[in-house]
Write a protein that binds this ligand. Structure first.
Ligand SMILES: [Fe+2]
Ligand SMILES: [Fe+2]
Length: 346
């Protein structure tokens, strides 16, 4: 029998390998933290004839690189190359107040020949909601933040009830990466749409809207290296991630302005009719209609949003998965959701 003789690596090769592994893990660590320092904006609101006073960045693999620098926040114009950039455009999170001022200044103007005023209004509403959710994730105990969440949902429900097309304008704004604040707004829009299609009362539509907007608020307690991790979570990391449901409930129970009736959208969005969900493994009749709605909309948005290690599924592919796993979802709500999404104006 031949004896296997391992080839000894020389010390230089070993130290190079160690250095490579170390620099890769350091790059990943930096990326998980850096991702929180940048904020993803809607490039539909960057206009050819309106200067901006904040810098723009793009993400290339694990690095963030400047696309346009507004030195000392002096106004700077946008070139056709920047306006035509296909990927995700970000700003520094510290520049959000400048960006907020900028989008407020766009209200009432329609100076982008490339988008319709309906699309622009949808973009403005979505950007406003994203900033409010980001503020809430950073300061979840602030009563002003929750008040603003209520106001933005009221406006969204009212606007969609008055103009059904706005729902389709809102869901047609694509995300280029997964951010909790964008996902939260998407799940709110989808849940309001499903609530309307399922003929819920106006009060319930408001409650499902605010519940869905804050369904993942407990993620503010999850460390960025777990929240932004590329690839599979370890069992310990998954446990910490799953805990966002309990943490979210704790946060919102303390808010007198958060409607108690909306709480099950937070506590039950990961429960499944089959009993295979969490945290309580509830089954069928024990899950509220808000829990059943957010289970569908949360899963659909996660599947249709790209991540660094996973491309986005098309609406058709995502719906096919929901149908394939239909034992987890309420069949009437799933049918209504398929009809609703089937109405997407592409
Ligand atoms: Fe969640
Ligand atoms: Fe979620």
């Amino acid at each position: 029998m031949k004896k296997y003789i391992p080839i000894e690596k020389d010390s230089l090769q070993l130290s190079r390998e160690k250095e490579f592994v170390h620099s890769k893990s350091q790059r990943l660590k930096d990326f998980y933290h850096d991702k929180e320092k940048y904020y993803s904006i809607d490039k539909n609101l960057l206009l050819p004839d309106v200067d901006i006073i904040f810098s723009l960045f793009i993400q290339k693999s694990l690095e963030f690189e400047p696309l346009l620098l507004a030195l000392e926040n002096l106004p700077v114009g946008l070139t056709p190359e920047i306006l035509g950039y296909e990927g995700n455009i970000l700003i520094k999170s510290s520049d959000i107040p400048l960006y907020e001022k900028y989008i407020k200044s766009l209200n009432g103007q329609n100076n982008n020949p490339n988008i319709t005023s309906d699309n622009k209004n949808a973009s403005l509403m979505k950007e406003k909601s994203k900033i409010i959710v980001k503020d809430m994730l950073e300061d979840p105990t602030n009563t002003q933040n929750i008040k603003k969440c209520g106001e933005v949902i009221e406006e969204m429900v009212y606007s969609i009830l008055n103009k059904k097309e706005l729902f389709y304008n809102l869901i047609s704004i694509k995300s280029h990466d997964f951010y909790t604040y964008i996902h939260s707004v998407n799940v709110a829009v989808l849940s309001i749409g499903l609530g309307i299609a399922a003929h819920l009362s106006n009060e319930d539509i408001y409650n499902i809207g605010i519940g869905a907007l804050l369904h993942d608020i407990g993620k503010c307690t999850v460390p960025p290296e777990i929240l932004n991790k590329i690839g599979k979570l370890t069992s310990t990391e998954y446990k910490i991630m799953k805990n966002h449901v309990i943490e979210g409930e704790k946060i919102l129970k303390k808010h007198p302005n958060f409607p108690e009736a909306a709480l099950t959208a937070i506590t039950q969005h990961h429960e499944r009719l089959s009993g295979k969900g969490y945290p309580l493994n509830l089954t069928g009749a024990n899950i509220s209609v808000f829990g059943k709605i957010t289970a569908v909309t949360d899963c659909y948005d996660s599947l249709t949003t790209p991540r660094l290690d996973k491309p986005a599924l098309t609406p058709f592919e995502a719906l096919s998965i929901l149908v394939h796993e239909c034992e987890h979802y309420d069949s009437d709500l799933l049918k209504t959701f398929i009809k609703l999404i089937g109405g997407i104006q592409q």
